[in-house]
Design a protein around this ligand. Structure first.
Ligand code: TXA
Ligand code: MG
Length: 323
């Protein structure tokens, strides 16, 4: 299935009939359902194995549609939508009665975004309504950045997969809560904190993150099957070789300063030097370690500015304690 119009019309029909359609966005692939069909929305949770109280993002065609889905939209939200939509920004707002509680996990707020991908845009235009779409992966695992990832992970549980090629951003959208007094970043992602603050003119709160090797309050999420451990960049090679020596099958995300170093490990990958390229590649690299049979991945955190903030957030979550 490709993104041409025949596929799009068929996908819109599947959605109208209450089916599930996986589609590409600029961030990751989403598992789409008619946001106004509680039965279809509930099926998304079953397919993902996701607890029903985890709210979904409603994808809409443009900012002009926002008022149908949210109420009391503050000026801050309008400004951010104007600057960053279509794009990898999700806004949390007060829910309108059009949004079923199944989609919001029972919350009175709703997360909304306008994706910036021609296939997603064409699908939303053909469908004519809003689409709930979590990342099209099993709960807790690594988000898919190609149609092949979706097919491998969800198989027949999805009625149709639209193939729009590899995702350009590679990590999920930035979520900003604008439903309360002070806007706050709930999840760093494809729009950087610096870009948001430049538009708003004031600093934004970001969720607290734990230190290297102290994953503590971050239960594992965005995680490959292989265990992930985080160490300082200068310790990556020694840590990896020691674990390999001890019988583990070790995958290594080699920091840019150590690119092309000889490492005695199972699978060694140079981390792309540009943060945008690293974000684009991150989930594909983590999946690759699983495919090549690694049981441990040794990595370090990038500097936490620009896209580095989202990359570090996902690596910490991948390294969190397993449930
Ligand atoms: O880039 C993305 O955002 C992708 C693509 C497909 O659009 N979607 C995505 O969806 O990452 P998902 O379901 O994997 O993550 C949605 C996140 C969850 O962490 C959820 O808790 C949060 O959005 N969320 C949704 N509604 C919320 C709400 N009302 N209040 C706070 N957080 C909310
Ligand atoms: Mg997800």
């Amino acid at each position: 299935m490709t993104g041409e119009s025949g596929g799009i019309q068929q996908a819109a029909d599947v959605l109208r009939a209450g089916g599930l359609v996986a589609f590409p966005t600029e961030t990751v692939y989403g598992l789409g359902a008619d946001a106004e069909n509680p039965v279809a929305v509930s099926r998304t949770f079953q397919v993902k194995g996701r607890p029903p109280n985890h709210p979904l993002i409603v994808h809409i065609e443009s900012a002009a549609h926002l008022d149908g889905w949210a109420e009391d939209v503050p000026e801050t939200a309008r400004v951010l939508a104007e600057h960053f939509w279509p794009g990898p920004l999700t806004l949390v707002l007060r829910r309108s009665s059009r949004v079923p509680l199944e989609a919001t996990g029972g919350l009175e707020t709703v997360a909304v975004r306008v994706p910036d991908h021609p296939v997603a845009q064409a699908l939303l235009a053909a469908f004519g309504g809003g689409l709930t779409a979590p990342s099209a992966n099993r709960f807790g695992s690594v988000s898919p950045t190609t149609a092949e990832h979706v097919r491998t992970e969800l198989g027949d549980a999805v009625d149709l997969v639209l193939d729009g090629g590899p995702c350009q951003v590679g990590v999920e959208s930035t979520i900003v809560d604008v439903s309360a007094e002070a806007p706050a970043i709930l999840r760093p992602g494809g729009v950087t904190r610096e870009d948001l603050e430049a538009v708003l003119g004031y600093p934004l709160g970001v969720p607290a993150t734990s230190d290297v090797r102290v994953p503590g309050q971050h239960p594992s999420h965005y995680a490959p099957r292989a265990r992930v451990i985080l160490v300082e960049p200068e310790n990556v090679i020694a840590e990896a070789e020691q674990a390999q020596q001890a019988g583990r099958q070790v995958g290594v995300l080699l920091p840019p300063t150590f690119a092309d170093a000889e490492v005695k490990a199972h699978a060694v990958v140079n981390v792309p030097a540009s943060p945008a390229a690293y974000a684009r590649a991150l989930y594909r690299l983590l999946r690759g370690f699983d495919e090549s049979g690694c049981d441990l991945v040794v990595a370090s955190l990038p500097p936490e500015d620009g896209m580095g903030l989202a990359i570090a957030n996902r690596l910490r979550r991948a390294a969190g304690p397993r449930g």
